[in-house]
Design a protein around this ligand. Structure first.
Ligand SMILES: Cc1ncc(COP(=O)(O)O)c(C=O)c1O
Length: 388
């Protein structure tokens, strides 16, 4: 049996996979089992933020594996303390709960929002407003939060207490933000929903209306965070700091991680026994996270992310098949005039380039460390396919 046959025999068929068996990666290129190499414009859906097997990151991770690979959260570890300190300093937040994925980080945010409200106002103020076309994860609570009907199938009953508002529709928001609501949860740029950035007026309205009513703002920065947009958090673009921000994906450079960050207001909501995670704050993930933060905080790194993004956007705008380019920084959505995104992704794979799709768009989330030479190589492949 070859790898794909073995895989399909034993792994559940919950993904529509490409016929590519990844074997190894180096820098921003990966190699399949037949030795074919690919320039990676997807970084494992925005996760390999420093590319494949970055040397400093790999050293930090391997050293930690050989020192202490896991410890129960009933004990303290120096490495979790160090990562938490660096993450709070970098993000401007006061405290963090670590988990292992974006969905779990959002579960934590949902629990904090509901408990914050319960502690202060009692029952019946548990509703959370989320946006149409949002994506918050695959657990039952985060699927319930996700504002896309196509995700609300099969697994009934979903969790009550989520109300959807149209993105960028201030009147819709005002009409639904009543005294049953404890939080508004948003992605500044909806990723899975099609790489759609919110507009500034709407974001302003969310923060103003929520502040008036002591309703918390939860920013889901699972995809937009950790330097993806050229800022550490996309909220910085909008001049906003949510009460709660969730992160995952690129935060530890490819090791499972989730982080739920809170301002001082919510730092003491979770008390002993109210939340937990066996693997959350795992020492190896924390070592990976520290290596990522050190690189993101290094002189000029995030400016370079923006410069690289500008170059890609300008190249795309010159292409006759491109209708429009969306997103911020290295989170790029490409709306096409005549071709379909999934066909482009398949053709790109054939030609040695990995790209993603989001709804009807081609989506690019390249590693933040991608070089200009790799960008030019990948863009040549992509533009040639688009203009074919
Ligand atoms: C904005 C957003 N939130 C949450 C998630 C879920 O993250 P995970 O797959 O790590 O649970 C994703 C994943 O794509 C995401 O893009």
């Amino acid at each position: 049996m070859n790898t794909i046959e073995k895989f399909d025999k034993h792994v559940m068929h919950s993904y529509g996979r490409y016929p590519l068996v990844m074997q190894k990666g180096e820098g921003r290129r990966c190699t399949d089992e037949n030795g074919k190499t690919y320039i990676d414009f997807g970084s494992g859906i925005g996760t390999n933020s420093l590319g494949y097997c970055d040397e400093k990151w790999a050293d930090a991770v391997c050293t930690q594996v050989r020192t202490l690979q896991h410890s129960s959260n009933y004990y303290y570890t120096g490495i979790q303390a160090e990562f938490a300190e660096k993450l709070c300093e970098t993000s401007g937040y006061d405290s963090v709960f670590f988990s292992n994925s974006g969905a779990e980080a959002n579960e934590c945010a949902i629990k904090i929002a509901r408990k914050y409200s319960f502690d202060k106002y009692g029952k019946n103020r548990h509703n959370i407003i989320t946006l149409v076309k949002s994506f918050h994860g695959r657990t039952i609570a985060t699927l319930s939060a996700t504002g896309q009907e196509s995700f609300h199938n099969y697994f009934f009953p979903f969790l009550e207490g989520f109300i959807n508002v149209n993105a960028n529709d201030i009147d819709d928001l005002k009409s639904k933000l009543d005294n049953t609501v404890c939080a508004v949860m948003l992605e500044y740029i909806q990723g899975e929903g099609g790489v759609n950035a919110l507009n500034q007026d709407f974001v302003n309205a969310v923060f103003e209306l929520c502040a008036d009513k002591d309703v918390l703002v939860i920013a889901d920065e699972v995809q937009t965070g950790a330097g993806r947009t050229g800022k550490f958090l996309a909220g910085e673009y909008f001049g906003k700091k949510a009460d709660i921000t969730t992160m995952a994906k690129g935060l530890a450079g490819g090791i499972p991680i989730g982080a739920c960050l809170t301002t001082e207001k919510c730092s003491n909501v979770l008390t002993a026994g109210t939340h937990g995670s066996t693997f959350g704050g795992n020492p190896v993930a924390c070592a990976g996270g520290i290596a990522v933060l050190e690189r993101l905080n290094s002189e000029g790194f995030l400016d370079e992310v923006s410069e690289k993004a500008d170059f890609i956007r300008k190249e795309l705008e010159k292409c006759s098949e491109v209708e429009s380019v969306s997103g911020i920084g290295l989170m790029i959505g490409i709306k096409l005039k005549t071709k379909t995104a999934s066909d482009i992704a398949k053709k790109a794979l054939d030609k040695g380039l990995l790209v993603l799709t989001a709804k009807d768009k081609v989506r690019l989330l390249p590693p933040l460390t991608i070089s200009m030479e790799e960008i030019k190589g990948g863009m040549k492949i992509l533009i040639d396919i688009l203009e074919e």
